[in-house]
Write a protein that binds this ligand. Structure first.
Ligand SMILES: NC(=O)C1=CN([C@@H]2O[C@H](COP(=O)(O)OP(=O)(O)OC[C@H]3O[C@@H](n4cnc5c(N)ncnc54)[C@H](OP(=O)(O)O)[C@@H]3O)[C@@H](O)[C@H]2O)C=CC1
Ligand SMILES: CC(=O)[C@@H](O)[C@H](O)COP(=O)(O)O
Ligand SMILES: [Mn+2]
Length: 370
């Protein structure tokens, strides 16, 4: 059987490197292009080991032909599958670009559906692209989905703040917040797990992907991340998708859907952890704020993503505390009022909110006292 060609956008990151690993294990796929940001060492290793002919990134590699942009990379390679795993608004742009050059998009960049869901879905339809989620919970729901769904539960780990006494949370630093209890991921999504902005984004992602009303999407904490998703059917049946937390499983599924080719680890039934715990409002204020105030308003969704990216960078550089990060997100998003009518508006608003976030960071001037 002929191999399918794949381009991995964000190949040097957590999802990107795990995609390379999956492809090396399952066979049937050939990497014809990668994009990366600054990590020349890892990019060199991938291009060298897998004889990747084309790449695009911030630096020249020892092998392969350098393309000047993701657009050129995709145009030259025209791959069967694109795996889009660049975080943030740059990832959103890459996901849109992918739709012009492939028939299957394995989408990790959930920000695409958060910032531009309606525009993106329209273009997916127009281009006839197969959109398969890589996000573990959405991969789980896709596998459980059927006609008579009454509601779903998305599970969360609770992130690094889950077991921290509440009066200590505001003063946590990057080292503590980057200690995710169950997953090893990029820095932005790991901080987003702690604020549960990640889960807020995933609620929007599920709403957009599965056309479910928000009132039918619940969130609960499963501390081990063993349960990935739950679907209630109208006849009372409950379907649970579970397994050890390993992103290579949903990545492989997005590549081979509807088949399964990946040989994963079979969990011991004695390790089953089916606990579903409440998401406390005073531990995760941004999550609850977002559910109440942003999910139905595209401009606020774009705003939250933009300010979140800016404040996370400031937090990781130890310019602001975790408490200030949370406060700034809410303050900036509250002040946004903008009518988003098309895709250009999405990127214009994104820039505007980044400026607002920077002004706010200047105003607060950095860390609150411990
Ligand atoms: N990690 C996970 O388990 C999961 C991640 N996701 C989503 O997948 C996406 C990727 O996450 P993750 O892999 O953790 O992120 P990482 O930070 O680990 O990797 C990001 C990748 O994107 C590249 N990149 C970053 N910024 C830019 C930019 N401005 N231009 C071009 N390339 C860039 C990086 O390049 P370099 O490192 O070379 O600079 C790297 O290859 C996110 O949207 C995240 O929400 C979803 C579910 C699970
Ligand atoms: C692996 C994955 O899909 C992440 O999006 C994960 O959900 C993050 O962990 P949290 O559940 O802590 O947000
Ligand atoms: Mn997820």
């Amino acid at each position: 059987m002929e191999e399918k060609t794949v381009v991995i956008l964000g190949a040097t990151g957590s999802i990107g490197t795990q995609t390379v690993d999956v492809i090396s294990k399952i066979g049937g796929f050939r990497i014809v292009g990668i994009s990366f940001g600054k990590n020349v060492d890892v990019a060199n290793r991938i291009v060298g080991c897998f004889r990747v002919p084309y790449y695009c990134g911030d630096g020249r590699l020892e092998h392969g032909l350098r393309m000047s942009s993701i657009e050129e990379l995709l145009d030259v390679t025209k791959p069967d599958v694109v795996v889009c795993a660049i975080p943030g608004i740059e990832g959103v742009k890459a996901a849109f670009e992918s739709l012009n050059h492939t028939k299957r998009l394995a989408l990790a960049t959930k920000e695409t559906l958060v910032c531009a869901g309606p525009f993106f879905k329209k273009m997916v339809q127009e281009r006839g692209v197969e959109l398969i989620p890589v996000d573990s919970e959405h991969s789980a729901i896709l596998q459980l989905m059927e006609e008579s769904v009454a509601r779903i539960i998305l599970t969360a780990s609770g992130g690094a703040v889950r077991d921290v006494p509440k009066d200590r949370i505001r003063n946590l630093g990057p080292r503590e917040v980057l200690k995710h209890p169950t997953w090893r991921m990029g820095q932005r999504i790991t901080v987003d797990s702690a604020t549960m902005v990640n889960k807020l984004f995933e609620v929007i992602e599920a709403h957009e992907l599965f056309d479910l009303p928000y009132e039918n999407i619940q969130v609960a904490i499963n501390p081990s991340s063993f349960v990935h998703g739950v679907v209630y059917l109208r006849d009372g049946t409950v379907k649970i998708h579970a397994g050890i937390p390993d992103m290579r499983v949903p990545i492989a599924y997005a590549l081979t859907y509807p088949e399964r080719k990946y040989n994963g680890v079979l969990p011991d039934l004695r390790d089953f952890d089916l606990r579903l715990l409440e998401v406390e409002e005073d531990r995760y204020p941004v999550f609850h704020y977002g559910l109440k105030s942003i999910v139905n308003d595209l401009s606020k969704r774009i705003a939250l993503n933009a300010v979140d990216e800016v404040v996370i960078e400031a937090f990781l550089n130890e310019r602001i505390s975790f408490g200030e990060l949370v406060d700034t997100i809410v303050r900036v998003v509250d002040n946004v009022s903008f009518k988003v009518e098309n895709l250009e508006d999405v990127f214009q608003l994104d820039l505007l909110v980044r400026d607002m976030a920077r002004v706010e960071l200047e105003r607060i001037g950095g860390r609150e006292t411990k």
